[in-house]
Ligand binder design. Structure first.
Ligand code: EPS
Length: 361
């Protein structure tokens, strides 16, 4: 199960191709709307003001409402790609932006928006994962979901999954939402940006998905998350907190009634344990800022860079559905690989229930 995307933020369209998609998955163009709206800009004042309808056209791989087994191709036409900045951006490198490394690698300067380095590219990952989420849920009872776990220095005081979809921040503590709104309003007015942390989990994953050395489940998840624009860190389970732990504290003890903790994040030796899969992803602050910064132009001359236009003060606010998407894509791929190698083998040892201790974020 392999997804590739194409298109630029300010090109005519963006799209994706899903190869290796099993036949018989019911899918219609309307099914994409929910998750695409969760990720989109222009829905609240806390994200970029660009407004795209993100209407999906299914070009291939679906007949009479079901996948056929041939490549699934999806397309979204860009309708609000405008910028007054092309001439200036064509000559300047923004500090902290990929336009410098793209130039160093390719020697081509495409100044039309962020191009492939724009968050716009992540739209098609979310679209592709609508298919994966449906297959995981219907075939295996696996549910993937996420929430924001930090904006700047603010962390949730409570973790209530039932409120996450009710606020613009995917925040698990309803009482803190007014504080976040004030914080984001002040940040936006200041012209600066801030980083964020997203927690993403998968419940219902059976033991056995993942490979022991090449293609470890945790390695695939880390690579998938790091492939998202602006991601600078990924943790599985306790992640970097493991550094300060004792083995007696970190090990997840077992009983016939279930695992007694989930410090491992549901993965041991690259293979799922049957517990909740738990990952945490760090997003850097957006680099396109209207506050002046020191940069270079394409001739190597020092310039003061000021980026105008529509940009996210915290791109992490929109990242929860993107992290869910990448986790779902990896899990579907690993589920199919497991089935290809092991078929129905498994269940060879007593299976330990996931237990109540899921490793809540
Ligand atoms: C982005 C800049 C803005 C965002 C865009 C990401 O676009 P523009 O350059 O057209 O003003 O709106 O994000 C999206 C359009 C999206 O769908 O995620 C950037 O610089 O990365």
């Amino acid at each position: 199960f392999r997804v590739t995307t194409f298109g630029e933020s300010h090109g005519p369209a963006i799209g994706c191709v899903i190869d290796g998609c099993p036949p018989g998955i019911a899918i219609a163009a309307e099914d994409f709307a929910g998750d695409l709206a969760r990720r989109a800009t222009g829905r609240t004042r806390h994200t970029s003001a660009r407004h795209e309808s993100d209407t999906v056209e299914i070009l291939s791989g679906v007949y009479e409402g079901s996948t056929t087994g041939t490549p699934v191709a999806l397309l979204i036409r860009n309708t609000d790609a405008r910028s007054k900045d092309y001439d200036r951006i064509a000559r300047q490198f923004r500090p902290g932006h990929a336009d410098y490394t793209y130039w160093q690698k390719y020697g081509v300067r495409d100044p039309r928006g962020g191009g492939r380095s724009s968050a716009r590219e992540t739209t098609m990952r979310v679209a592709a994962a609508v298919v994966a989420k449906r297959w995981l849920r219907e075939r295996h009872g696996v549910v993937v979901r996420g929430h924001l776990a930090q904006i700047g220095e603010i962390v949730p005081s409570a973790h209530d999954w039932s409120v996450v979809e009710d606020n613009a921040f995917f925040w698990p503590d309803a009482a803190q939402v007014p504080e976040l709104e004030t914080y984001m309003d002040a940040l936006r007015k200041s012209g600066d940006s801030v980083g964020a942390r997203v927690t993403v989990v998968a419940d219902g994953v059976p033991p056995g998905w993942g490979e022991p050395v090449y293609g470890k489940l945790d390695a695939d998840i880390a690579a998938a998350m790091m492939s998202i624009n602006a991601v600078k860190g990924v943790e599985i389970g306790d992640g970097f907190a493991s550094v300060a732990q004792r083995g007696t504290a970190h090990r997840d003890e077992m009983s016939a009634g279930g695992f007694l903790s989930n410090h491992a994040g549901g993965i041991l030796g690259g293979i799922s344990t049957g517990q909740r899969i738990l990952a945490s992803v760090a997003f850097k602050p957006t680099s396109s800022l209207r506050l002046p910064g020191r940069g270079l132009d394409i001739d190597g001359e020092a310039v003061e860079v000021v980026t105008t236009g529509r940009h996210d003060p915290c791109v992490g606010i929109r990242a929860t559905p993107i992290c869910e998407a990448m986790l779902a894509l990896v899990l579907m791929d690993q589920a199919l690989r497991h089935r290809a190698q092991c078929g129905d083998v498994g269940e060879v040892a007593p299976r330990i229930p996931a237990g109540a201790a899921q490793g809540e974020s």
